[in-house]
Design a protein around this ligand. Structure first.
Ligand code: ADP
Ligand code: MG
Length: 503
């Protein structure tokens, strides 16, 4: 089966989101659709799957034009999509979700036994033997929910399966499982569209790559005939320069000193220093206690033992407000819930922590505030047409830059970063690294939790590795390898290497 999208235009109100886009995929092929946040990938795939109607353009299946007016038409054409924001109804069971609106019935009554048996069969096909069809969908992990969606797509006999950024919230193990399933589907002749901006994954499993930039199709490549740099150039429209920009500053005096820190049962025995202008990375597996260290330092989790000093003075934070007052900034993992006020404008968010900088006699000086924000938008290359737009209208990477803008407006003494580039595309990542370096060169002491090993090794001066709530070594990033970090993260004996670093 060959599906071709030709000359697709789409606008939302006055905003042109897709401009004469082409896309082509054949059976037995895994085709990556790449592009920076906001490039139009999800919109194009929603058109293919009948969620949106295009303003112009056509879709051909095996050379013949087809009308896809809604998702039912798409299903009939054999096209299924697994959306970026998953779509299961949490209160319904797995099997009810899979057969919603097409429940098998006998004598006019829903045949739950048949539904259970069919669900079982399709769940087994995707290797989800452990998922019970009767289980409430809301109790599944994100990875499991994705498997249910794939099983559902297969039960619909999808010949084209679109997956929109499926690995964003998956564990390494779940990603491996997903890739195995994708390869199995490919060998059965299914056409898979894989939407992502994760370069390593593309080179691991995709046959072809199509790239969108700012709503335009900029090229198609055969994966094994292209390179990382080539794809990045297509995506961002310029040479990226270095993937990890270098920092030129040398660390100064110790700013943050942490000794034998513990919280309410997640972490204990945490001891480290961070110097002015230094980046201390924190690596470890999910659940090892990395975020908990930051949350305890920021006063969100309760400190139960240990001492913390800032610039030589004892630091005692009771809550986030007192942490900010003491000079500690925090960019959280969960920017949607903690970092930003989505219903407020870019300007309001950027100056939220520091409104008093722009206030004269207690009145906010909007002109000064606006100038400062416009400068930040330029400096951080935040893609927004207007500082007055709501933050929720921005793409993930740009939202994250607004979070950084908050702290750049008036740098803290210590900045805690939790997965600062999660969900951010390559161009945005490089920009965030540059901001981190800038803050470091201004003397900020930075503690950065990251799950991406190349990132944590390249951006840190030293890396502290967590294993099950305790630290298992601090290593100079220079000379440390991904293998060493993984060994430490999985509880291996790394004392020799760790001692060298602690000295
Ligand atoms: N329903 C919508 N209404 C208005 N604008 C939208 C809507 N959906 C997407 N957009 C805008 O269209 C652009 C492309 O978005 P999207 O297709 O989600 O990009 P991607 O998936 O590549 O990150 C973005 O600027 C986004 O803000
Ligand atoms: Mg998207």
């Amino acid at each position: 089966m060959q599906v071709t999208m030709r000359g697709i235009d789409k606008a939302f109100g006055p905003v042109r989101v897709l401009d004469s886009v082409h896309f082509n995929i054949g059976g037995g092929e895994i085709h990556a659709l790449m592009g920076e946040n906001g490039a139009g990938k999800s919109t194009l795939m929603k058109i293919l799957s009948g969620v949106y109607l295009p303003d112009r353009g056509e879709i051909l299946v095996d050379g013949k034009p087809v009308q896809i007016r809604d998702t039912v038409d798409a299903e009939r054409a054999g096209i299924a999509i697994i959306h970026q924001e998953l779509n299961l109804i949490p209160q319904l069971s797995v099997m009810e979700n899979m057969f919603l609106g097409r429940e098998p019935s006998r004598f006019g009554v829903v045949d739950r036994k048949a539904m259970r048996a069919q669900s079982r069969k399709w769940l087994d096909t995707v290797g989800a033997q452990r998922i019970d069809p009767d289980m409430e969908a809301g109790r599944l992990s994100i990875g499991q929910q994705q498997l249910v969606e794939i099983a559902k797509a297969l039960s619909l006999d999808a010949r084209v399966l679109v997956m929109d950024e499926p690995t964003a919230a998956l564990t390494h193990h779940e990603i491996d499982t997903l890739f195995e399933i994708m390869l199995a589907l490919k060998s059965r002749g299914v056409a898979l569209v894989y939407v992502s901006h994760r370069m390593e994954e593309i080179f691991r499993i995709c046959d072809k790559v199509s790239v969108l930039r700012d709503g335009q199709f900029v090229g198609e490549r055969v994966t094994r005939e292209t390179s990382f740099d080539d794809i990045v150039r297509l995506m961002v429209g310029r040479e990226l320069g270095e993937r990890f920009p270098k920092r030129s500053t040398t660390p100064g005096a110790v700013r943050l000193h942490v000794s034998d820190l513990a919280d309410d049962g997640n972490v204990s025995g945490i001891t480290f220093d961070v110097r002015a202008g230094e980046v201390l990375g924190i690596a470890g597996l999910m659940g090892a206690g990395r975020s908990e260290i930051l949350r305890t330092l920021f006063g969100v989790n309760r400190k139960t033992a240990g001492t913390v000093t800032l610039d030589g003075k004892p630091l005692d934070v009771r809550d986030a407000t007192s942490a900010i007052d003491a000079g500690i900034g925090f960019v959280t993992e969960d920017r949607k819930n903690q970092g930003l006020v989505l219903g407020m404008s870019v300007r309001e968010n950027a100056t939220l922590v520091h409104l008093d900088n722009y206030a004269r006699l207690g009145v906010v000086d909007t002109a000064a505030e606006r100038d400062a924000v416009d400068q930040l938008i330029k400096q951080l290359r935040i893609r927004t047409r207007d500082a007055e737009l709501d933050v929720k209208s921005l793409s993930g990477g740009n939202q994250q830059k607004v979070v950084f803008a908050k702290w750049l407006a008036s740098p803290p003494k210590v900045l805690l970063l939790d997965e600062p580039t999660r969900g951010v595309d390559v161009g945005g990542k490089a920009e965030i690294y540059t901001i981190v370096n800038q803050l470091a060169s201004q003397g900020v002491a930075i503690v950065m939790v990251s799950s991406e090993l190349p990132e944590v090794l390249a951006m840190s001066d030293r890396v502290l590795v967590m294993h099950q709530g305790r630290q298992n070594g601090i290593f100079p990033a220079d000379g440390a390898t991904q293998e060493l970090i993984m060994t430490a993260a999985t509880g291996g004996d790394v004392t020799a290497a760790g001692d060298a670093a602690a000295a």
